[in-house]
Design a protein. Structure first.
Length: 185
């Protein structure tokens, strides 16, 4: 098994071009969180000519709605949510320079095409591993939409956050190649 690739946001085109479907990655640096309600607000803000709560250029959005932290903890359980709920919003964010999204599940064809056009990737965080993932989160702060509770936008500082490249910027798709590898016709 290959060594995980170490990544630090903000990501460049070269960082993204060096990733292939199936690569394991460890991210150290800043990730932002947003789920469907936050995405709807961000799109409404853009439609009104406003600015997003953070500059998405070169960044990654982790689709998570963490639980409240226990006393002395930085964050509660922080497992990925289903990415397809953000598919309607993702191409516009990719056009603005977003380089990675992190979640679980499949992405629609429009998102896959936009990732190729914009040199971006989709990473999977392991569902069911929320307790392990939270150990990689060293700091968490709400930066927008605090009224959304768990769905507020957060700025996370992470160290060796684990993920797998599912869709690369060249059209590689781990869901398809993984099935093909083990298909018995």
């Amino acid at each position: 098994m290959a060594e995980p690739k170490k990544l630090t946001p903000p990501f460049t085109d070269a960082d993204i071009e060096g990733l292939k479907a199936g690569d394991l990655v460890l991210i150290t640096g800043v990730l932002y969180t947003a789920r469907d309600t936050a995405h709807k607000r961000m799109m409404a803000t853009l439609a009104e000519g406003g600015e997003l709560p953070f500059d998405v250029a070169g960044q990654a959005i982790y689709y998570v709605g963490p639980t409240p932290p226990m006393p002395g903890e930085v964050i509660g359980s922080a497992g990925p949510t289903t990415s397809s709920r953000m598919d309607a919003f993702t191409p516009q964010l990719l056009d603005l320079g977003l380089k990675a999204t992190i979640g679980k599940g499949l992405r629609c064809e429009e998102v896959l095409e936009s990732m190729q056009k914009n040199k971006a990737v989709y990473l999977a965080a392991v569902g069911g591993a929320a307790a392990l993932i939270k150990k990689t989160i060293k700091k968490a702060e709400v930066i927008a939409y605090e009224d959304l509770g768990p769905e507020a936008i957060r700025r996370l500082e992470v160290e060796d956050f684990p993920a797998i490249v599912v869709n690369d910027c060249m059209g590689g798709d781990l869901f398809k190649s993984g099935v093909e590898k083990y298909r018995k016709d």
